[in-house]
Each structure stands twice: as C-alpha cells, then as structure tokens.
Design a protein around this ligand. Structure first.
Ligand code: ATP
Ligand code: MG
Length: 225
C-alpha cells in the first residue's frame, strides 16, 4: 500500500478550553497510481488532511505511512521535494520570476551537472503543459489556467510519486477547470503519479475512479460506499 492513514487525528487548540477536531480518527489507504478525490463541505478537514500528507504539518496523532514509512521519519525537506508535489487554489507563483524560473527554481541551488538535467526537465515540462511560448512571461501576465499549469509543472520537477491538489480549479472558470483536471489525469496516466484532489465541485470528479467523502473530519458513512 502506498499511503496508509491510520487513526489520524489533528486537533487545533484555539484556547485553553476550546479545541477543534479538524481530523478525527480517520483511516483509509491509497494504492500507488490511484486517482482519489476528497470531497466534503467547508471545514470538514480536507486541507488539514492534505497538509499532513504534504509534510507541511507534522503535529498529529495516529500514523501516516508513505511507502511503509511514517511521514515524520523522512527528512522533511527530502519528503516535500521528492516524494510529494503540491498545488493549491492560489497558485503561489513568485511574481518577480518568469514562468521558466518559477518551474526551475531548485536548479538555481543545484550543482552544475544537476542544473543541466533540471533545465532540460523544465523545457520538457514547459512543453508538456503547453507553455513554451509563455516561458519568459511573469505570473501577472498569465491567465488563471496558465498560472495553474505553471504550478503543476513546478510540482512535477522532482518527479514526485504523489501529487496533492487542494481545490486546484477553485479559482478557474468551469471550462478551464475541466482542462486542468484533464491535464492532471493525463499526468497520472503518463507518469503513474498518485493523485489526490480535494474539491467540492462534483462536476469535476467524473474522471476519478475513487471518491472519499469527509464530514466533520471523518469519513462520511452515508456517502462512502
Ligand atoms: N490553523 C488553524 N487553527 C485553528 N483551527 C483551524 C486551523 N486550520 C483549520 N482549522 C479548523 O479545522 C477545521 C478543518 O479545516 P480545513 O481547513 O481542513 O477544512 P476544509 O475542509 O479544507 O474547508 P474548505 O473547503 O473551506 O477549504 C475547521 O473547523 C477549521 O476552522
Ligand atoms: Mg480547504
């Protein structure tokens, strides 16, 4: 099993007597290469779950294993760079950098041989997300769909095994949203990247074989078959 979530609980302490159970004793498994959509109302714990899986939040109870190893046992930088890639509703591109520089940012910190390989990868990814003709544009000169394609290419630079997407189409019109979903599904097929997509847009989940419904930080028993 590629991802094993066992009795995951995440509490936020708001004040001495006020604790929010954002994720509450959640368990499920995901196989390598699967496409899974996570659906649930606002506040049901979707982003909290994705932050844990993305290695951004290591303060939780229970166990989350990726390739048999608990996430907290990985070097966190290695985990976030090589095991998972993440994209968000807000694209979080760096405004001062061009499209190509945003995608290839880690190459500026790499040694000479790694740099060359990464630059080649940037060119491949630019072509793959169909942005070669925009590679010198700055983020503010892009449409929303183009900006999300930059974020997808950036997330794929290190060829992560898992791609996490938190409302990736939330800032896009429905036609562009469908194109982005189509691109993510193509990437899953071509690169065998395991794909977890958080959404509350049920229109977008047609291509996903597996849906996991959350409610109040738990599996929604009435909607999960
Ligand atoms: N940093 C935080 N501090 C305190 N409470 C938080 C924090 N982040 C999230 N929560 C609470 O945890 C619960 C789950 O939040 P989460 O962001 O995971 O929901 P979500 O399903 O992603 O919602 P949305 O669809 O609105 O993005 C909510 O009740 C929220 O108020
Ligand atoms: Mg959220």
């Amino acid at each position: 099993m590629m991802i094993e979530i066992k009795e995951l609980t995440k509490k936020y302490r708001i004040s001495r007597n006020n604790i929010v159970d954002a994720v509450n004793n959640l368990s499920f498994e995901i196989e390598s290469g699967e496409v899974v959509t996570i659906i649930g109302p606002s506040g049901s714990g979707k982003s909290t779950l994705l932050n844990v899986l993305g290695g951004l939040d290591r303060d939780y109870d229970g166990e989350v294993r990726v390739d048999e190893k608990e996430i907290r046992e990985y070097n966190s930088v290695f985990y976030r760079r090589n095991i998972v890639g993440t994209i968000f509703q807000q694209f979080y591109l760096i405004p001062a950098l061009s499209v190509a520089e945003n995608i290839g940012l880690p190459s500026y910190f790499a040694d000479r041989s790694a740099k060359k390989a990464m630059q080649d990868k940037v060119n491949y990814l630019l072509d793959r997300v169909n942005l070669t003709d925009r590679k010198n544009h700055k983020p503010k000169e892009l449409s929303g769909g183009q900006a999300q394609r930059v974020a997808i290419a950036r997330a794929l630079l290190a060829e992560p095994k898992i791609l996490l997407a938190d409302e990736p189409t939330g800032n896009l019109d429905s036609k562009t949203g469908k194109e982005i979903m189509g691109l993510l599904l193509e990437i899953n097929r071509e690169m065998k990247t395991t794909l977890l997509i958080v959404t509350h847009d049920t229109e977008l989940i047609v291509g996903a074989k597996r849906r996991i419904f959350l409610k109040d930080g738990k599996l929604d028993k009435s909607r999960n078959k």
